[in-house]
Design a protein around this ligand. Sequence first.
Ligand SMILES: Nc1ncnc2c1ncn2[C@@H]1O[C@H](COP(=O)(O)OP(=O)(O)OP(=O)(O)O)[C@@H](O)[C@H]1O
Ligand SMILES: [Mg+2]
Length: 264
Amino acid sequence: MTHIIEARNVSVTFGSGATKVEAVKNVSLTLAEGEPLGIVGESGSGKSTLARVLAGLQPPTSGEVLFDGKPIYKGNKSYVGDERHLVQMVFQDPYASLNPQLTALSAVAEAVRIHDKCDRKSAEAKALELLKSMGIASMDAAKKPRQLSGGQRQRVSVARALSANPSVLLADEPTSAIDQSAQAQLLNLFRGLLNQGLAIVLVSHDLGVIRYLTKRVYVMKDGVFVESGNTESIFNDPQQAYTKELLASIPGTLGVAARKKLQG
Ligand SMILES: Nc1ncnc2c1ncn2[C@@H]1O[C@H](COP(=O)(O)OP(=O)(O)OP(=O)(O)O)[C@@H](O)[C@H]1O
Ligand SMILES: [Mg+2]
């Protein structure tokens, strides 16, 4: 199997002395082309830091990341050359990543222009198409981030990321700030993207969301992977106490089943 991304023994340490935080500790990971992969773990376990390393935004303190077999970091630079656009990240907080002054259409059109180097008119036409495919009607495309719902903002961020025609989409907690129906809508859009061959790394503290979308998952705690493998197997037969705890914290029937298993 071809691995589009491979992380080898990646560690990330912030600060030093008393303020030193080892956010990621000697973690190795593979992502196959077109694969739906999950990274799950509680708050502060290092998920966003690892995702930023994979996106080329956070040089690791040690270890390396390969894209298509080639190291992506050269010193503090990353994805030097034509490959930069192939890995796109949707951030945990879409407010922070979308320019508050730009309408959804302008934000996406700007990204299209950067990648396609086309004129404004064709960039806007492509941006409208992308927004439409993400379920954003032209009326909403004319709105600025604060005038959109949380779910709409997330979908605008995804449309912006897709404007680069990436091979990999890293989605960091895309569903955490939106309600259940908006979550379902976004996850179904992700399903559609997977069907088109995009690889998606879904980062979430919510095992329910991970189960819905991914086939393989890494369970993260305190900067390390405590368990990894087939998502369904891990759901049905978690090996580690930490994974069992995460499962038991899911509301609804799945949580009840997992709780029973914990008790039994
Ligand atoms: N730039 C930074 N400087 C210092 N410490 C940081 C920095 N970024 C993250 N950390 C620390 O690294 C650890 C992991 O943070 P990270 O954001 O990766 O966790 P997470 O799993 O994404 O959490 P959440 O589910 O809350 O988003 C935390 O202890 C955090 O405080
Ligand atoms: Mg995070």
